[in-house]
Write a protein that binds this ligand. Structure first.
Ligand code: SF4
Length: 423
């Protein structure tokens, strides 16, 4: 049996609270279970329990069996001198503090279904371990959990943004440009895109914002993707322009071997993505200020759906012509950029400024964007979950990745309902 389920039962007060008695027969009244401690030391701090006629304020230690107190050497550790009650499933030994004083023990009694349900979740091999029971959880309850999950996901993204800001001396434009570039890599080339953006400041690009060709020269040159051998005239001109700009700004390109093309559809080739990215940079040098100023779906989609330069209409790679086709970002890619980079940045900025109205706008944008189409969303839908938009799909992605995959059911609100359900 896992000790964590005992922590959970104690914390959620799921034990039978009537007629509690210590192993010595003294009545116990739990007034406050205390605060769960996730660091070293006793499991719960600042609890209040009445044992007999005495009110004790102190810490609680929980074990499956009493003997664990010795196995974990708590009897030699002064941090455990403040324990006022040892809570166990089975009391198989008397326990003492460092100074030899006996510590009262309580055998925890609780509804048997909690342990059974938890074991079933831990042993469950299904894609979602609670899938057989989730349909019984009230929709209203799932709805409120969904809001909390989405908030949690945005806070995680805010942490990543805070880190980027710290790396870039709180320069929002630079941090946003790096994050947007990273998202343009769409996981396969995100690392390479990030390295590229870090090798070429948004300030340098801003100086050339009026000239798309120069922006392309800077981005393609820094990417290391310009072919060494002679290709076509566009490519040769890019190389010449880049050589000039490289010397002017003392630039060092990244290693071109970082980019991956294998198993990518031509529309996702890094060359096409770079051309699209160049078109966006060309559209505005102060991208971040623009998205904060006009955070509407219409404006944002228009901002990132720029048409790359003429050459890319007939190319996916340098010097290989293809049938003419617009290389504007597709809808799915555009929504992915909004969900993973642009909206989290708006939310993070709003949080930083204490601007609740802007936070609401960011959340509202997610509600206007269609749900992502992926195996996780399909899986949840098959279990009857309503996923109407990106707000919902992001919440359910968070649930799957941060809870279900790690069997973190004790921290999950659905888990609370499933665990306490009578079998
Ligand atoms: S984490 Fe929650 S939703 Fe996922 S399996 Fe456990 S109880 Fe179910």
């Amino acid at each position: 049996m896992k000790e964590s389920i005992l922590h959970y039962i104690w914390q959620q007060k799921l034990f039978f609270s009537q007629q509690l008695k210590t192993t010595e027969g003294e009545p116990v009244q739990v007034i406050d279970v205390g605060k769960l401690n996730t660091d070293g030391g006793p499991d719960f701090f600042n609890a209040k329990v009445k044992i007999g006629d005495t009110l004790w304020a102190g810490n609680i230690e929980i074990h499956t069996v009493s003997g664990d107190w010795y196995k974990h050497n708590h009897h030699l550790n002064r941090a455990y001198d403040s324990v006022v009650l040892h809570v166990v499933k089975t009391a198989d030994a008397k326990i003492y503090r460092n100074d030899g004083e006996k510590i009262p023990q309580l055998e925890l009694k609780y509804p048997p279904e909690i342990e059974k349900n938890y074991e079933a979740l831990l042993q469950g091999k299904k894609w979602i371990p609670c899938s057989a029971k989730i349909a019984d959880v009230p929709a209203l309850f799932i709805h409120s959990w969904k809001n909390a999950l989405l908030a949690e996901r945005l806070v995680q993204k805010t942490d990543f943004i805070a880190h980027l800001l710290q790396e870039n001396k709180q320069h929002w434009e630079e941090a946003f440009y790096i994050s947007l570039a990273r998202s343009f890599g769409f996981s396969t080339n995100s690392q390479a895109f990030e390295m590229l953006a870090k090798s070429l400041s948004v300030e340098i690009l801003g100086k050339h914002k009026a000239n798309l060709f120069q922006i392309e020269a800077l981005l393609f040159g820094q990417s290391g993707l310009l072919p060494v051998a002679s290709a076509d005239s566009y490519c040769e001109q890019l190389k010449k322009e880049y050589a000039f700009l490289k010397a002017k700004y003392h630039l060092q390109p990244i290693d071109g071997s970082q980019w991956k093309l294998l198993r990518l559809r031509p529309d996702n080739f890094p060359h096409v993505r770079l051309a699209q990215f160049a078109a966006i940079v060309h559209s505005s040098s102060k991208l971040f200020s623009k998205i904060i100023e006009f955070p509407t779906l219409e404006y944002l989609t228009q901002l990132i759906q720029c048409e790359p330069s003429e050459y890319w209409k007939t190319h996916y790679l340098f010097a290989e012509t293809s049938a003419e086709k617009t290389k504007k970002l597709g809808q799915a890619s555009m929504f992915s950029l909004l969900i993973n980079s642009i909206i989290p940045f708006i939310f993070s900025y709003a949080d930083h400024k204490g601007n609740d109205a802007l936070k609401e706008i960011a959340l509202g944008l997610l509600e206007k964007i269609p749900a992502e189409q992926n195996a996780i969303v399909t899986g949840w839908r098959a279990l009857g979950m309503e996923i109407a938009n990106a707000y919902d799909s992001q919440a359910f992605l968070q649930l799957k990745k941060c809870y279900c995959d790690d069997k973190n059911c004790l921290r999950c609100r659905i888990g609370h309902k499933v665990l306490t359900k009578k079998v």
